[in-house]
Ligand binder design. Structure first.
Ligand code: FE
Length: 205
């Protein structure tokens, strides 16, 4: 599979289980390697943070949509045509002046695939998964995100039942921008909570 896995010591228990299951499904004729490859390719190339960025930008320009997104993330995501695997129970978390949300999956790597694509390798890494819970400010600082002391940091642990999307604050100086230009400011990490959206000046440079 991809980079970022430690193959030197063999497979992790989860990888070993996934491979065993995959092998069994092939042997029984229930699945073909081509079908698995097609799904992985789709999530690597066609589905990605661009989808989440459209959701965030819509919420920034449309208060009623923002309200619907915060009340029922799954339904609001479907309104824009996004859904499917790993996207059944989406909850959006709004950052405010005093609250910053950050998402993790302490058990494995649960992640809102329909909106963000496949998770980055650091999201799946044991150090991120344990340290962001114990020391969120320290981890965010390592991402270059230095929050004000008075900002409350909330860490949300994803699971098979619920996936989270951070709704970042709309950057200052963006009143002139249209929805597509706003979406261009929304980074993947800003929707995980390990970053902030770009500033409009940053994009023009
Ligand atoms: Fe998980």
């Amino acid at each position: 599979m991809g980079a970022g896995h430690d193959h030197a010591g063999g497979y992790s228990e989860m990888e070993a289980r996934a491979r065993a299951l995959e092998t069994l499904l092939y042997e029984r004729g229930l699945l073909t390697p081509a079908a698995v490859d097609a799904v992985v390719r789709e999530y690597e190339t066609d589905v990605g943070p661009l989808n989440g960025a459209r959701v965030v930008a819509r919420a920034w320009v449309d208060d009623a949509y923002r309200q619907r997104l915060l009340e029922d993330g799954t339904a609001a995501m479907r309104e824009l045509g996004y859904g499917g695997a790993e996207g059944y129970h989406l909850r959006a978390l709004a950052n405010t002046a005093g609250i910053h949300n950050v998402v993790v999956c302490t058990l494995c790597s649960c992640y809102p695939w329909p909106l963000l694509g496949l998770p980055p390798s650091w999201y799946k890494s044991p150090p991120y998964r344990s340290r962001v819970v114990a020391d969120p400010r320290g981890v965010l600082a390592e991402f270059g995100l230095h929050l004000a002391d008075e900002t409350e940091v909330r860490v949300w642990d994803s699971s098979a039942e619920i996936r989270y999307l951070v709704l970042p604050q709309r950057p200052a100086g963006t009143t002139e921008l249209d929805e597509q230009e706003l979406a261009d400011l929304v980074t993947r990490d800003s929707m995980i909570g390990t970053g902030l959206p770009l500033s409009p000046e940053g994009v023009r440079e």
